[in-house]
Design a protein. Structure first.
Length: 115
């Protein structure tokens, strides 16, 4: 069971990034997927959630209206489209799911928002 994130980088305030997370080792279409982030010196924060079919999503208050979570089940991939980025969005972003009763985490991808 593995999750691999990509797409992070350095972006200016107001810019956009699209994160991807590719899953392997389990039936991806059976599981809800989540994006979390951890900023330096802060607690881990739930950013977005999508159900197994992709028809239901939820967002943390700090990103609602700016971020969009989506998934492509045939490609075993979940995405996080991040628009209108702010310096306070700087963090390591992690893909997560609860598979076979266990929490599964990706390695994380760094997002830095700075001018």
């Amino acid at each position: 069971v593995q999750l691999v994130e990509s797409g992070g980088g350095l972006v200016q305030p107001g810019g956009s990034l699209r994160l991807s997370c590719v899953a392997s080792g389990f039936t991806f279409s059976n599981y809800a997927m989540n994006w979390y982030r951890r900023a330096p010196g802060k607690e881990r924060e739930l950013v977005a959630v999508i159900n197994s079919a992709g028809g239901s999503t939820n967002y943390g208050a700090s990103v609602k209206g700016r971020f969009t979570i989506s998934r492509d089940n045939p490609k075993n991939t979940v995405f996080l489209q991040m628009n209108s980025l702010k310096p306070e969005d700087t963090a390591v972003y992690y893909c997560h799911s609860a598979v076979f009763g266990r929490a599964v985490w990706g390695q994380g991808t760094q997002v830095t928002v700075s001018s």
